[in-house]
Structures are given as C-alpha cells and as structure tokens.
Design a binder for this molecule. Structure first.
Ligand SMILES: *Cc1c(COP(=O)(O)O)cnc(C)c1O
Length: 469
C-alpha cells in the first residue's frame, strides 16, 4: 500500500515514511492510493475477533513495512482491558430501541483521542527505535489533544513531548490530568496567553527550519494518517456489536470538529462496511454543517469562532476535510490544490454545491447542528429517561442523530468524552456533579509538573534546547 498527497504531488510513500511526517511536501494530506475492499467472507471472519486482533487485520491492509508479527504485538499491547477499562474496548450501550452509544472514551484521558493516540505512541517508539532516531513533539492544546498525546508518549523511548497550553484556562480537571504526569520525557509549558498564542508559538518554532532540524521537532496533530486509520477500527467494532449479520446496515452519528473522526467513518464505508448514513454533528461552530447543507465551505475568523460548552469542536476550519473533498472530486489533486491553496486562501470559501449533493447521495453524509440549549436538554433528557450521563460533545451527536433516524437502521452515536471532563455544564444541566471514575479521585491534589512561560517563541525554544540532553 502506497500513499499519495491530496494535492497531486507525484511522490508515493510507504506507511512508516508518512508516520513521522505531517503534511505532504506540497501542503496536501496523505491518503492511500486506493481503499482496500473488504468482502463478505472477510467481514464474517472479523465479526468474532477481539478488538486488538480486528485492529491488526485492518491495519495490515494499510501497513506493508512493519513485519506482521511486530504489528500484531503493537496492537496487542495497545488495546488492552487494563488501558481501556473493558474487554470489548469500545462497548456498545443501547439507549432505546435502535439508538446506541459506542463508548470511545474509557482510555487514560477519558476522550476518544486515546483510541488513536495510544497506538501512535507505540508506533512512534517502534519506528524511532528501528531507525535509531529521536523526536521532540511540540504541540498546542486547549485540553483533549494535549493530554491524550502526553498519556500516549509518557515513558516512551526516543520521544519527548513539549506541550503548550494557555496558562490558567483549562478546566481544573484537565490541568490536573496533564500536570500531574511526572515522567521525565513529558514537559508541560503553561503559556501566559490564550490558545491562539500557543498555536502561534508552535508555528513560529516549526517555521525556524534550522531549529526544527537540529532538535527534530515533530507534531501529533489530527492530520496524521496513522491516527485516522486507527479510528477506522472502532467503526467495524461498533457495527459488529449492533448487528447480527453482515447484510444489515447501521448509521453512525459523530460529534465533529476537525473532521478526523468522521473521516475514519468515511474510510470504513469506502472499504465496504455497510454504513447507511454518516451523520455529522457540529455545535454553534457549524462550518461543516453549512457545507453539507449548502455545498459552500466557508472558514471562519477567530472572532467568528465561538467558545462553546463542547469546546473540542470549536474549530474555524476542519483540518481533515481536504481528505473528503479529494474523494468527492474523484481524486483530482490539481483541483484540490487549487481549492485549498488558492481559492480558500484568497476568498476564505469555495463552492461545491453540485459535488456536495453527490456527497450526500454517494457517500451517505448528512449533517445537523446543536446549541448550548440543545446540549443541556439532551443531557437532561438522557439522564432522566435512561439514567445515563453523557458529556456535552456526545450530546451534540445524539441531538443530531435523532433528527436523522431511519426505520429499521440502528443509529450508533459515538461517545467522544466522559462527562467528568466537562463538569460545569453537567452541573448546569443536572444540578449535580458528574460521576468520577475511581482512578481519578483527588487528582487535583497531586503535585504538578509545569513551567510557566511568557507568550514568546524564543523562550520556548530555549526551554526545548535546555531539555534535549
Ligand atoms: C477532538 C474531539 C472531537 C472532534 O473530533 P474531530 O476528529 O476533530 O472531528 C469531538 N469530541 C471530543 C470530546 C473531542 O476530544
């Protein structure tokens, strides 16, 4: 299996070459040359597999430069009951007839990003060890991504993490999760500024090519193909749990921000998983809902990007969306390059109304949006009727899922975080604190390991240089 860029660059690469890279050299995103097709016999064979074995089967179709036994060992060590809380790894829970929650948030940081990031940590350690190289991961986080990256990379050989976050702006629980890590290879940098300042610092450091090369600076953001392909696995696992035979279809509802999670659903569907609808849910930041309703993709400026109570979906542009547009335009790299590198850069929007219609019909996408009031109502209703507490992002997914139900087709809502991460909104909806998993009791009181720095890229560079022995 070889990988190509969505912007038409002629190079083709193997999995391990793109594993440690971010964007393709032409600024595009990597995708496989074609999607492997899974036939009925294979699907039937996979139905009974434990999660780690299913992960191995699916990843094997995309990775031809890691020996099978090594890849099997990596998936086995990644997807364990010890790390994800249950043997099923992503257990399905029925809310009412035909509506399910698939639990993706029982990993170390209680958000679905662990599903991919835990694998990435093990793949990085493996590949860096094989090459005898090191990598310094520099990132910016307002919460979920940074903590998932730190818990995935802690203690890994050859990897250091330098994670910037806006000083004093994450929830006390999120701060405790990150800052209580005592591993020598994890560095928390609290920046005196807002999230945008953190992102600007990461950009400034990455743009200093000499520094970047000397200190082997890399990232773990959601455009990484390895993260995306890891997420394909739980679409299959959810399907097998909701159905009895492979002639049934299901739909998935996905709380979306950067289009990474639902893009994995698109890949699963392209592989032949019988998915009827991919239901994309946004919050008030409705860039993607607007696209699937109107065909116009219009990115937002920072003053039109709202801070909401489902903050992990507060995006102004969706970094993985280009992958879907590439398929929508029948893999015309030149056209994708024009749209993203020129038209979007110049006008902040492009119009694909004709193709978008095809997107709905051919690729099964539908969409909707959910507001703060909807979240509160959905959290309350779900708790009152089913005794189940859901987080704010999952509430956005469930609200939109209900608008897209079809008779006889199970709807699987992806649960992307646990309510404890967003306690303030739960209290607002239910008048009580969310339950806290036992292993997180009292984490706010643990000693914290964090360095406060001014919003100054030079100071961050000095810190990195001083900590790369
Ligand atoms: C990251 C995240 C999302 C959005 O996922 P994308 O892959 O960016 O679309 C939704 N919910 C939670 C809790 C998240 O952490």
């Amino acid at each position: 299996m070889l990988y190509l860029s969505t912007r038409g660059h002629p190079d083709r690469k193997h999995f391990c070459e793109i594993l440690l890279e971010g964007l393709a050299p032409d600024g595009g995103l990597y995708l496989p040359e074609s999607y492997p097709k899974v036939d009925a016999a294979t699907l039937a064979k996979w139905r009974g597999l434990p999660y780690h074995a299913l992960a191995f089967e699916i990843l094997s179709l995309y990775i031809d430069d890691i020996p099978a036994e090594d890849l099997r060992a990596i998936t086995r060590k990644t997807y364990t009951e010890e790390v994800f809380g249950t043997q099923a790894i992503v257990p399905l829970k029925q809310l009412e007839k035909g509506v399910y929650l698939e639990a993706l948030s029982n990993g170390p940081t209680l958000a679905f990003k662990d599903m991919a990031m835990q694998l990435l940590g093990n793949l990085f350690e493996y590949e860096l060890g094989r090459r005898g190289e090191e990598l310094n991961i520099l990132g910016a986080t307002s919460g979920d991504t940074g903590s998932a990256a730190e818990y995935a990379m802690r203690g890994k050989k050859g990897v250091r993490v330098f994670m910037t976050s806006p000083h004093g702006r994450m929830s006390p629980f999120q701060q405790a999760q990150m800052f209580s890590l005592q591993d020598a290879n994890i560095h928390n940098l609290a920046i005196e500024g807002v999230f945008d300042d953190c992102q600007d610092i990461v950009k400034a450091v990455s743009n200093d090519l000499a520094f970047k090369r000397k200190y082997r600076i890399g990232t773990v953001n959601s455009i990484n193909w390895a993260r995306l392909v890891a997420q394909v696995v739980y679409y299959f696992a959810g399907y097998f749990q909701a159905t009895k035979s492979n002639d049934e279809r299901v739909s998935f509802a996905v709380p979306s921000g950067n289009f990474g999670n639902i893009c994995a659903g698109h890949v699963a569907r392209m592989m032949g998983l019988p998915i009827a609808r991919l239901v994309l849910a946004t919050n008030e930041n409705d860039v993607l809902d607007e696209f699937f309703r109107t065909g116009v993709y219009r990115v937002r400026g920072s003053k039109d990007t709202y801070e909401t109570s489902s903050p992990s979906m507060d995006i102004s542009k969706a970094s993985n969306f280009e992958r879907f547009v590439f398929d929508l335009l029948e893999r015309d790299g030149a056209k994708v390059r024009y749209l993203f590198a020129e038209e979007l850069a110049a006008k902040g929007r492009f119009d694909l109304s004709h193709a978008a219609l095809a997107g709905r019909e051919q690729y099964g996408f539908v969409s909707g949006k959910s507001t703060h009031a909807d979240r509160l109502a959905t959290i309350r209703d779900t708790f009152e009727r089913f005794g189940t507490m859901i987080d704010t992002h999952t509430a956005d997914g469930l609200k939109v899922a209900r608008e897209q139900l079809q008779p006889g087709i199970p709807m699987i809502v992806l649960e992307t975080a646990l309510p404890i991460k967003f306690a303030a909104t739960i209290v607002e909806a239910l008048g009580r604190e969310p339950d806290r998993p036992a292993k997180f009791a009292g984490i706010e009181n643990l000693p914290k390991r964090v360095t406060v720095l001014p919003a100054d890229a030079e100071k961050v560079k000095q810190f990195i240089a001083a900590h790369c022995a």
